[in-house]
Design a protein around this ligand. Structure first.
Ligand code: SF4
Length: 423
């Protein structure tokens, strides 16, 4: 048998970092997470049995108490062309679930399922809409971007465009901490917004109402397909997000202008938010060097907030691709001392950054956090520790920087652990 030469030792690797480790979970998980959480939704998955094992597990773990239906598609079934028949049969079973109103059909990597023709599936069965959501990993490279594909598919099919547009309403796109919608809604209502619709949530009706909103505001920078849907409707887009001091101020002003709100009132609320956030940072400034990495697609916004709060953030990496939506944060970070911003990052790049920048604190994936702890550096799993707290407006900023400040004081304990386990 021929020797297998690891890429890391090959000539090709001399100029390229080794990227042999898995960099993310299966991207389709992002779409399943969104689709299984919707009340009245019963997903059908079209893929081979191998994908089904892994995705059913993670969906139960993170998503909803709901089983995914899927045709049995092993090699024999895939080769004999029974994909559409099997999927149609699974849709019929899903339609018998009590109260089902949506059957998302998630088609995945396997060529026979990725290319499934939508016209061979029913559009509706009983009371349930059948919506094909294609998220093959060779085209959709990260799980945040798969969330966007799911949301865009639902908006395309379900959003109601007929009837009166509520010009003072806004659709806010992004999976957020449960307190964030309440905080954002309260501030926007003070400016004159009459309705906020947060997607993706549990309500199918929110997707229907979204079509008659006055504007769409992606809170996270990877909802580009959903934005494209809104653009086809002629719905204005609010860029940026209410994060940190300058980000919140600019976002409130922009949203107020796009929705045609009273400029005096908008200015008053934007000024108040900026004053509160500035006072917060003055009272509790951060000090230390923090590395922000993750696969949520929100890493640049977190880094920007930490820099505004006083931290040094030399390195930021994310699983999403470069896009005009993230460019303002990238430019801002680079103008404020960040040396590297890496898109479609690899674990190996993140580990190299630890050794290059010697941070006081690392946020990243579990394997990266382990690599940092082995070096005696405090480290946390980005998804569980940052993405699971309030983030937006002054309240989110307070929650995030308090947490980061407390972890930054724990360097001694991590170094002690490193010495303790050294032998
Ligand atoms: S083959 Fe594709 S869809 Fe299946 S688990 Fe792997 S990445 Fe996900």
């Amino acid at each position: 048998m021929a020797d297998i030469i690891p890429l890391a030792n090959s000539a090709a690797s001399q100029s390229q970092p080794c990227k042999l480790h898995p960099q993310s979970m299966c991207p389709a998980f992002g779409s399943l997470r969104v689709l299984t959480r919707i009340e009245g939704s019963h997903p059908v998955m079209a893929t081979d049995t191998g994908c089904l094992y892994g995705l059913t597990f993670v969906t139960h773990f993170y998503g909803a108490s709901k089983s995914i239906l899927a045709p049995q598609l092993g090699t024999a079934e895939l080769m004999s062309g029974q994909v559409v028949e099997g999927t149609r049969a699974a849709i019929e079973v899903a339609a018998k679930e009590p109260g089902v109103r949506l059957i998302p059909v998630v088609s995945l990597c396997v060529a026979e399922t990725a290319g499934m023709p939508e016209e061979l599936l029913p559009r509706k069965i009983g009371d349930a809409e059948v919506v094909l959501v294609r998220v093959p990993a060779y085209a959709i490279h990260s799980h945040p971007e798969a969330k966007d594909i799911a949301v865009a598919a639902l908006l395309n099919r379900l959003a109601e465009r007929e009837g009166q547009v509520n010009e003072k309403s806004v659709v806010l796109l992004g999976e957020v901490f449960p307190a964030d919608p309440l905080l954002i809604d309260a501030v926007l209502r003070r400016m004159g917004v009459t309705e906020t619709i947060f997607l993706p949530g549990r309500s199918l009706d929110d997707f229907r109402r979204a079509g008659r909103a006055g504007a769409l505001a992606p809170l996270h920078p990877f909802y580009k397909e959903s934005m494209n849907v809104a653009r086809t409707w002629g719905m204005p887009i609010v860029g940026g997000a209410p994060v940190g001091i300058s980000g919140t101020y600019a976002w409130l002003k922009s949203l107020g202008s796009i929705l045609g709100l009273d400029p005096v009132l908008v200015q008053q609320v934007a000024d108040e938010e900026r004053e509160k956030a500035t006072a917060l940072v003055a009272a509790r400034p951060l000090s230390g060097k923090v590395m922000v990495t993750g696969y949520e697609g929100t890493e640049l916004a977190y880094a920007r907030m930490l820099v505004e709060a006083g931290a040094e953030v030399p390195y930021v990496s994310t699983s999403i691709g470069q896009d005009p939506l993230v460019l303002p944060d990238e430019l801002w970070l680079k103008a404020h001392g960040t040396k590297e911003v890496i898109y479609r990052k690899a674990l190996e790049e993140d580990i190299a950054a630890i050794d290059s920048y010697h941070p006081d604190l690392v946020f990243g994936t579990t394997p990266l956090a382990s690599a940092a702890k082995e070096r005696g550096i405090p480290a946390m799993y980005f998804t569980n520790q940052l993405a699971s707290r309030p983030f937006f407006l002054m309240g989110g900023m307070a929650a995030t920087i308090d947490f980061v400040a407390s972890v930054l004081t724990k360097g001694d304990k991590y170094r002690w652990m490193q010495e303790f386990f050294a032998d």
